[in-house]
Design a protein around this ligand. Structure first.
Ligand code: TPP
Ligand code: MG
Length: 631
């Protein structure tokens, strides 16, 4: 109110209003209050330099600006940050119109699929239309109001185009609500036309007062808990699949207590990797296609699967082939109905921590006890998995290069409490899912919802922004590095140290492996020169000096080929303040043992090649035998 008792207004451009508004938004869960959007990434162009750029420069003291090299990467940085903060916080990403905006689409898809909050502010073409078509404008022949930003609609949980400055008054609060709603969260896109960004409006001062958005813990319905307890009481061989929701809800303690008290083994999905934070005889390790054989065995015979905070993707369910008990039943604990009802589960629509606590109490009241015979079986399955690692991959073979299992073992060995390892695509996330031991505070951050090559390095920076101490290791393939190495520059510019460990195996080797299993011939997956005879990429392997490339960006680099040299480089890297890159020469086609379960990738139905034809026959046979509907 002003002196005359009237509510006072402040005249700002819409872009200035956005900056002032974001600087005073907070989130709260369990009485912890923190800034919801503590910083903004952005690349400027004519679409936003005089709007948002001007606003950040003039009013951005409490909304620090970070400069990335690529718009896709800034969305990954925001996602990495959001995941590392258990979705309590995120970052805003501002782009110019046209290519700047569309560069963010891949980042948006990765975020929304992983259920991670990010706030996107792509600029849009003029609301007035007078001067159009402006540089980089899509001229849609029949829908004049469509711009390239409409491509964000299917990737957004909330989308608005702010074609008048006062629309910020409704769009911004709705954006914050969606970002902080555990079931709805994901990408929020506010497309902001170039002219409207710089247009002034008399905004109420009250709009810019501090606001706290509570991230609510949805409570389970008591009747659903009763139904779940009844299923658990009947079950002889229950298991839990822990997904990302366990981490986001910070329910690791409750998960482990339920598992250990009632003797229920736990496997982890990629998003949920690291949910079992302490040693436990109930820890089976990674679930599904790239999981452990221990999880595969227990899962195959389970008569009750408690899916907690998981989307049950094909990698988790082995394309719906890994639940083999004829009467297997499911309990789906999830904040999102879409996920809770999957596989015909008894749906427990709830925050993971609240549901696990209620289930624990219910199980205690029902007198449920751990079964020692089942415990023994679990132990045997785990022992068998660890023995297979020793014999198949950890034993050094003199004539072979280091394999990636050995690489992961060394990395895990040097990791300390408070360190985080990140992986997203190629074979590294699978290796870490089955091999990484996250006990003792050695965090593992896997993005395998979109498995997006190019996520790794920016996500490492996002994690570093939330984690000032401890090492941030980014484990990626040579293909992943080539896809998007440039944010190393941002890490140097902002002093956000990350340590890359690159497995140099000369190609997209995990896809070559799949190709050999489902097509039968190597084609287009290795980094090789064109062979003049065959006119195919079958010539010499390319000589790429990844270490020099990283040094050119300003990083410190090593090239190693033995486990000892890798351990030494990692120790030196820990003492180095700059970002570091360790290039590891690895065996091209030596794989970590997996769960031995099936994955639905169909070979060609017709082919002149008898090898491919046979693969199709085997596929048809396996599909009929293994794949089931659960409803
Ligand atoms: C952006 C993107 N393009 C393509 C793919 C498909 N893909 C999955 S893994 C992979 C190969 C990755 O190569 P590299 O990083 O060297 O890991 P490696 O397979 O050698 O373990 C490809 C092309 C993807 N996941 N993401
Ligand atoms: Mg590779």
């Amino acid at each position: 109110m002003n002196a005359s008792g009237k509510r006072s207004n402040v005249r700002l451009t819409m872009a200035q209003a956005i900056v002032r508004y974001l600087a005073v938004q907070y989130s709260e869960r369990d009485a912890h209050v923190q800034r919801l959007v503590p910083a903004m990434f952005g690349i400027f162009g004519h679409g936003n330099v005089a709007g948002l750029g001007q606003a950040l420069e003039e009013l951005g003291r409490d909304l620090p600006y970070y400069q990335p090299c690529n718009e896709q990467a800034m969305v990954h940085m925001a996602s990495g940050f959001a995941k590392a903060t258990c979705r309590r916080q995120t970052l805003a990403c501002a782009s110019s119109i046209g290519p700047g905006s569309t560069n963010m689409l891949t980042g948006a898809a990765a975020a929304v699929i992983n259920r991670l909050p990010v706030l996107l502010l792509p600029a849009d073409y003029y609301a007035t239309r007078h001067q159009g078509p402006v540089l980089q404008q899509l001229e849609h022949p029949v829908s004049a109001d469509v711009s390239v930003n409409d491509a964000f609609r299917p990737l957004s949980r909330f989308f608005d185009r702010l074609s008048r400055p006062e629309q910020a008054l409704t769009a911004l609060p709705e954006a914050m609500r969606v970002l902080t709603d555990p079931a709805e969260t994901g990408v929020v896109t506010l497309a902001i036309p170039q002219d409207v960004q710089s247009q002034a409006y008399d905004y109420p001062e009250l709009f810019f007062e501090k606001r706290i958005w509570r991230i609510e813990r949805r409570m389970p319905h008591p009747q659903r808990i009763e139904e779940a307890v009844a299923l658990l009481k009947q079950a002889r061989r229950p298991m839990i699949i822990a997904g990302g929701g366990v981490l986001y809800s910070e329910a690791c303690g409750e998960l482990q207590a339920l598992a250990d008290t009632f003797g229920i083994p736990v496997s982890e999905t990629s998003a949920g990797k690291g949910a079992m934070r302490h040693e436990s005889p109930m820890a089976l390790g990674g679930q599904g296609v790239t999981g452990t054989s221990a999880a595969g065995r227990i899962c195959a015979a389970a008569d009750l699967v408690i899916a907690v905070g998981t989307r049950l993707t094909d990698f988790t369910t082995a394309s719906q082939s890994c639940f083999n008990h004829p009467e297997v039943k499911f309990i789906g604990i999830n904040v999102a109905g879409h996920d809770a009802f999957k596989n015909g589960a008894v749906p427990v629509l709830s925050d993971a921590r609240e549901a696990l606590t209620a289930l624990h109490k219910g199980a205690q009241a029902a007198g449920i006890k751990a079964d020692p015979a089942y415990g023994k079986e679990i132990q045997q399955a785990c022992n068998q998995w660890h023995d297979s690692l020793e014999t198949e991959v950890f034993t050094v073979v003199p004539e072979e290069a280091m394999n990636q299992s050995q690489l992961a073992k060394v990395l895990n060995g040097v990791a300390q409490a408070g360190d985080t390892v990140i992986a997203a695509a190629g074979s590294p996330p699978g290796d870490l899912l089955s091999l990484w031991d996250a006990t003792g505070g050695r965090n593992c951050h896997l993005e395998f919802g979109y498995s997006c090559m190019g996520y790794e390095i920016p996500a490492g920076i996002g994690v570093r922004m939330s984690q000032p101490t401890g090492e941030v290791f980014v484990y990626l393939g040579d293909g992943g590095y080539l896809m998007n190495p440039t944010e190393l520059v941002t890490s140097i510019q902002e002093n956000l140290k990350i340590t890359l460990v690159i497995s140099e195996n000369h190609g997209f080797q995990v896809i070559r492996r799949l190709q050999m299993g489902r097509a039968g011939n190597s084609f287009g997956n290795e980094f090789r020169a064109r062979d003049p005879q065959s006119n195919r990429l079958e010539g010499d392997y390319l000589q790429i000096d990844f270490a020099k490339n990283a040094e050119a960006f300003g990083a410190r680099a090593w090239r190693v080929s033995t486990q000892d040299a890798l351990a030494n480089a990692l120790a030196e890297a820990r003492d180095e303040p700059r970002s570091c890159v360790i290039v590891v020469e690895t065996e091209k086609q030596k794989w970590t043992p997996d769960a031995g379960v099936w994955w639905d990738v169909a070979p060609a139905e017709v082919s002149q090649d008898p090898v491919t034809t046979k693969m199709r026959e085997e596929y048809e046979r396996d599909r009929k035998k293994l794949q089931r509907f659960h409803y």
